[in-house]
Design a protein around this ligand. Structure first.
Ligand code: URA
Length: 203
């Protein structure tokens, strides 16, 4: 299917962002300072999907601007990629209190926004960060995972929007912040992303 013209993509994403900013579909709007819709290229090399905004993201209204975001940026740079190359968003657009796990009803209420964002961009590659994101995106492709440690580090094939999409689950950078041993896996997985981009002739 042919991609949307750039102008329509920008307008469709603007509309989604506007709806996210005034969303009250679950209780999380009550505690938010800012909703965090996502940001980046609308013609990205890959879309990255995290879990939910944390303290700094809620404060600034932008995804991955805290310590986990810095680690992600460094790891991207280490494989020759940067934030400019990607679009990045989350499963939940508002911060859960105390950064607790997303609840099923919140995921259900919020993911129609993510689905629409993905549909606007129609990425060839989706990188999921952490188990919540992996579980949601892989389940859309018919995969069930037992956990992120077992699922990460390989490419899953899906058909979305009548075309093949590759999904690469990896650890959440926040997990790699606290468990330094995970960093080499995060880096290895992003190297795999780079190889995949090269193989697809995208870089
Ligand atoms: N963790 C996430 O999952 N998303 C963010 O935007 C920041 C931290």
């Amino acid at each position: 299917m042919s991609p949307m013209p750039e102008e329509s993509r920008v307008e469709a994403m603007r509309q989604i962002v506007e709806e996210i900013l005034r969303c009250r579909r679950c209780g999380l709007w009550r505690g938010r300072r800012n909703a965090v819709p996502g940001e980046g290229s609308l013609e990205p090399l890959a879309v990255f999907v995290g879990e939910a905004p944390g303290y700094w993201e809620d404060l600034k209204g932008r995804p991955f601007v805290g310590a986990a975001g810095r680690l992600l940026d460094e790891t991207l740079l280490s494989v020759g990629l940067s934030r400019k190359d990607i679009y990045i968003t989350n499963i939940l657009k508002c911060r859960p209190p105390g950064n607790r796990d997303p609840r099923p009803e919140e995921v259900k209420a919020c993911t129609p926004f993510l689905d629409r964002q993905l549909e606007v961009i129609r990425p060839k590659i989706i990188v999921t960060l952490g188990r919540h994101s992996a579980r949601y995106i892989l389940s859309k492709a018919g995969y069930t995972i037992s956990g992120i440690t077992a699922a990460r580090g390989r490419i899953y094939r899906a058909v979305f929007w009548d075309r093949e999409v590759h999904i690469l689950p990896t650890f959440h950078p926040a997990a790699a912040l606290y468990n330094v041993r995970l960093r080499k896996y995060l880096e290895g997985d992003l190297k795999l992303l780079r190889r995949e981009l090269e193989e697809q002739g995208l870089i």
